[in-house]
Design a protein around this ligand. Structure first.
Ligand code: G3H
Length: 256
């Protein structure tokens, strides 16, 4: 629209689409690293876009994080659709409750009148516990839901920040560091080239299942996320829409 043209954001959106190899990018003015309200604006824009998909797509997997939480706050509560199903994209308990995928999926469901499927599991299972867990019927049921997922909504994190924040083991932090991980999305850690260098050992949506979803929405803003966004979009499925801010966009253009 006019305001976007004025701020030169439309031009930047075009540049970002070509840099990231996707067909849709939305940039909100200013930088959420400096102004918290910008994150709320990303949430609002994402909520409006998602709501246009609800009539078409019913199975929606969501991850965690503060940007995802910003979307859940902005989802309108006056239009109910009981056929919607929100699915926690992974079973993490490692982060702040308000920022967990389970909490965010529940909020989406509450507001839209849809159903929710949560998964309460520790973030860091031992190899043995993981093997056993994957054979549990509730986990199998969750995996089948991930196979049917039509929409994935996710944040993109800075690898190191997340590893430290989630009280990861020394071994895990070392693997993330030594592997050169710079980004994280739905439990996968990626290096600058987009190679997976580590994956959190918990039940969650698989990369292949994300790739099969007809619509994917990624939300991440702030110049501090530029390197992480560039890394993740090396492998992001082309049907991904990115909603970001001017701070991240300028930094991405500067880095490329
Ligand atoms: O997986 C991604 C991160 O959890 C994103 O978190 O939106 O709070 O930066 P954030």
């Amino acid at each position: 629209d006019f305001m976007r043209e004025m701020a030169g954001l439309s031009d930047m959106e075009k540049q970002l689409k070509s840099i990231l190899g996707i067909t849709r990018v939305l940039i909100l003015p200013q930088d959420s690293d400096d102004i918290p309200a910008v994150k709320a604006n990303i949430g609002k824009e994402a909520a409006r876009l998602l709501e246009t998909k609800f009539p078409l797509y019913k199975k929606i997997a969501v991850t965690g994080g503060s940007t995802m939480a910003a979307i859940s706050k902005e989802i309108t509560a006056d239009k109910k659709d009981a056929s919607l199903q929100f699915i926690a994209a992974r079973g993490g308990l490692g982060e702040d409750v308000l920022h967990q995928a389970n909490t965010i999926a529940s909020l989406f469901a509450e507001k839209t009148g849809g159903a929710v499927k949560t998964l309460y599991l520790p973030d860091h299972l031992s190899a043995e516990a993981y093997e056993m867990m994957m054979r549990e019927p509730v986990i199998k049921e969750m995996m089948e839901l991930y196979d049917q997922t039509e929409v994935v909504v996710h944040g993109i994190g800075n690898a190191e920040e997340i590893a430290l924040h989630r009280k990861s083991s020394v071994e895990e932090v070392n693997r993330i560091r030594n592997g050169g991980a710079v980004s994280e999305a739905f439990g996968y850690y990626f290096d600058k080239e987009g190679n997976v260098v580590y994956r959190i050992r918990t039940a969650g949506i698989q990369m292949e299942q994300v790739q099969n979803a007809p619509f994917i929405l990624a939300v991440a803003g702030g110049r501090s996320k530029a390197t992480a966004i560039l890394s993740y979009f090396k492998i992001a499925p082309p049907q991904t829409t990115l909603i970001t801010d001017e701070g991240a966009a300028r930094k991405i253009i500067e880095l490329t």
